[in-house]
Design a protein around this ligand. Sequence first.
Ligand code: RB5
Length: 157
Amino acid sequence: MPGKIQIALASDHAGFRLKEKVREYLARRGAEVRDLGTESPEAVDYPDYAERVARQVANGQVDCGILVCGTGVGMMLAANKVPGIRAIPCTDTISAYFARAHNDGNILTLGSRLLDEATMEKIVDTWLATPFEGGRHERRIKKIDAIDEHFHTEKSS
Ligand code: RB5
C-alpha cells in the first residue's frame, strides 16, 4: 500500500485562517502535512513562504504543495520563480481539475479573499484526486521546462 501523500503547506497573514482550515482538512483526509507557517495573522511577506514550499516540492521532499494568500496570485508568482515549479491558482473545481490533468500542477495556490471553506475543500479534493494525463500535455510541459532552462543557462553564462 502506498504511503501517505506528503504536502507542504504555507500562507501569509492574509491566508492564515484559511491555511489553518486547509491543514485540518488535509489531516482529516489522512495526508501528512508539513506546515511551514505563518503561525499568526501578523503581517509577513508572501514570497518568503512561497519559497519555503517551492523548495521542498522542487527537491522532491514532498509530493506537492499548497500556498494560501489573499488571492493566490502573489504566491503563484513567487513559487513559479523556482525551476520545476508549476504553481497554479484555482478558484473552482474546473480550474483544479485542468491544473492537474493538463498542466501537471505541483503547487495549488488559494485565495482567502475568494474562497469559503466548503469551496476550498472541493478544490483540494479535485486537485488531489486528479492525475496528470501525460501524452500531448507532457510535450507542452517539456516546452515550459525548456524556457526555464534557456533563461537560467543564459543568465549564468
Ligand atoms: C497581502 O495583503 C496580500 O497582498 C497577499 O496576501 C496576496 O493577496 C498577494 O497576492
